[in-house]
Design a protein around this ligand. Structure first.
Ligand code: UDP
Ligand code: MG
Length: 167
C-alpha cells in the first residue's frame, strides 16, 4: 500500500553533519521525498509532537532534545516520504528506538548514543503507523508545502494578516 511517513532529522543529526548520510541511507528505500524543510522547534510543536509520551520520566529531557537545547543548535530537518510500505521501510533503516539495541547498520545503530541522563539520542524520528503519520505530517507541514495532495483540504479565510516579504 502506498503511504506517507514523517522523518525528522533531530538536532544531533544536524549538529554532527549527518544530514547527507541519513538522506543517503533513506534513498535506499526508493521512496519519494514530497516535502522537506528546516524547522526551529518551539515548545508547542515539541510537546504536541510527543504528546503521547508526556507521562514518561524522560519527557522533559526529550523536549529539550528535540528543541535543540542539548546541542546548542535548534535546527531539525523535517521530510515527508511517500511510496509503497513507506512507514515500515523507513523504520527498518532508522533502526530500533534504543541505539544500543539497534542494528549496527541502521541509522540509529550507526550514529545514535545513550546519554548519561538515559535519553536515547537517536538521530531520526520516523512515524510508526498510518494514523501517527497523518497526525504528524499535518502538525509539521501545511498542505502547500507538500507536492502531493495527501489528505483532504478546506479553504480557510485569512483576514488582516501580515507576513514577511523580502525587503
Ligand atoms: N526515548 C527515550 N527513552 C525511551 C523511549 C524513547 O529516550 O525509553 C526517546 C527517543 O529519542 C525516541 C523518542 O523518545 O526516539 C520517542 O519515543 P518512541 O517510543 O516514540 O520511539 P520511536 O518511535 O522514536 O522509535
Ligand atoms: Mg514514536
Amino acid at each position: 500500500m502506498e503511504e506517507s511517513t514523517l522523518v525528522i532529522i533531530k538536532p544531533d543529526g544536524l549538529k554532527k553533519s549527518l544530514t547527507g548520510n541519513v538522506l543517503t541511507r533513506l534513498s535506499e528505500t526508493k521512496l519519494r521525498i514530497i516535502g522537506a524543510k528546516v524547522v526551529q522547534v518551539d515548545d508547542q510543536l515539541a510537546e504536541t509532537h510527543y504528546a503521547h509520551l508526556k507521562d514518561k520520566p524522560f519527557f522533559s529531557e526529550l523536549i529539550r532534545y528535540i528543541k535543540g537545547e542539548l546541542h546548542s543548535d535548534s535546527r531539525v530537518m523535517a521530510l515527508v516520504y511517500w511510496g509503497e510500505d513507506a512507514i515500515r521501510k523507513v523504520r527498518t533503516i532508522a533502526g530500533a528506538t534504543n541505539p544500543e539495541e539497534a542494528d549496527p547498520v541502521s541509522i540509529r545503530g550507526a550514529y545514535g548514543r545513550i546519554l548519561t541522563s538515559g535519553l536515547f539520542e537517536n538521530v531520526v524520528h520516523a512515524s510508526s503507523s498510518p494514523d501517527e503519520a497523518e497526525r504528524e505530517i499535518k502538525l509539521w507541514f501545511e498542505p502547500e508545502e507538500i507536492v502531493y495532495d495527501l489528505y483532504p483540504v478546506k479553504s480557510v479565510q485569512v483576514q488582516e494578516t501580515t507576513k514577511q516579504g523580502w525587503a
